[in-house]
Design a binder for this molecule. Structure first.
Ligand code: F6R
Length: 242
């Protein structure tokens, strides 16, 4: 596990974008595992900037997203499909047919989870997985207490996650209660993992996840067992680590 201290959110985003760029340059047809939320927006902006300058080419890149809310359609502006289009896909030359996100409107949840696992497998697995860290230690939507060996599954979101995400919804009652998420097993199978974390409100969980014991109560702690993890924190997120 390598931990890098970035000055601030912008510096964290640049560092993460540099690693992703290197991955795309080394393997133009790589499979990127992507995240949504506040943490990766700056990273995506930096990638878009380099694409616009002509330094990056997404033509052969494939992507699989970590998660999607159950019940939201692709055109709902709170869906993760919408987020990815808005924050990255529509600004670069990625082929949308090569981008994969669980289908929030699928009628049969078990079949959807199975389909998504098969998609990841058929792509040959994830080369580089980008992750954010939830306040409760979740990665993807793998909430505290879940088994480490799960693959893509439907999860009931923790109250604290619903509360954290309600900032993005007009009406807090609209926050979906369930989401599809890659499981810890899928995440741990990625060949390389990059975690980006910003802000003092994440400082306590950074300490617990990466400097405490490995436990399902802090899902991100399992990353300590992966052989190629790069954690990029800004100074505030690292402020509780001596
Ligand atoms: C998003 C995801 C979540 C977030 C986490 C942190 O696809 O899987 O695990 O990465 O909730 O969210 P932010 O970045 O908004 O603090």
């Amino acid at each position: 596990m390598k931990i890098f201290k970035a000055k601030d959110y912008k510096d964290m985003s640049r560092k993460a974008a540099n690693i992703i760029s290197a991955q795309i340059i080394m393997k133009p047809g790589c499979v990127l595992g992507l995240a949504t939320g506040s943490s990766p927006i700056g990273t995506y902006q930096q990638l878009i900037e380099w694409y616009e300058k002509g330094d990056l080419d997404f033509a052969e890149v494939k992507s699989v997203n970590l998660d999607e809310y159950k019940g939201l359609s692709r055109d709902n502006d709170q869906s993760y499909y919408y987020f990815m289009n808005h924050n990255l896909f529509k600004h670069v030359n990625i082929n949308l047919d090569n981008t994969y996100i669980p289908d929030g409107t699928a009628k049969d949840s078990a079949a959807e989870c199975d389909r998504y696992n098969k998609v990841i497998q058929s792509l040959g697995g994830v080369d580089l997985q980008l992750l954010g860290l939830g306040h409760n230690g979740h990665i993807g939507f793998n909430e505290p207490g879940q088994a480490f060996e799960k693959e893509t599954h439907l999860v009931e979101l923790a109250e604290s996650t619903i509360e954290a995400n309600s900032r993005l919804f007009e009406n807090p009652d609209d926050v979906p209660r369930y989401a599809y998420t890659m499981g810890i097993k899928n995440i741990m199978q990625a060949r390389k993992i990059v975690v980006i974390i910003s802000g003092e409100e994440k400082a306590e969980i950074v300490k617990e996840a990466f400097f405490g014991p490995v436990t399902p109560q802090v899902p991100a702690s399992i990353l300590q067992m992966h052989n190629d993890v790069t954690i990029i924190c800004d100074e505030a997120a690292l402020s509780k680590v001596d």
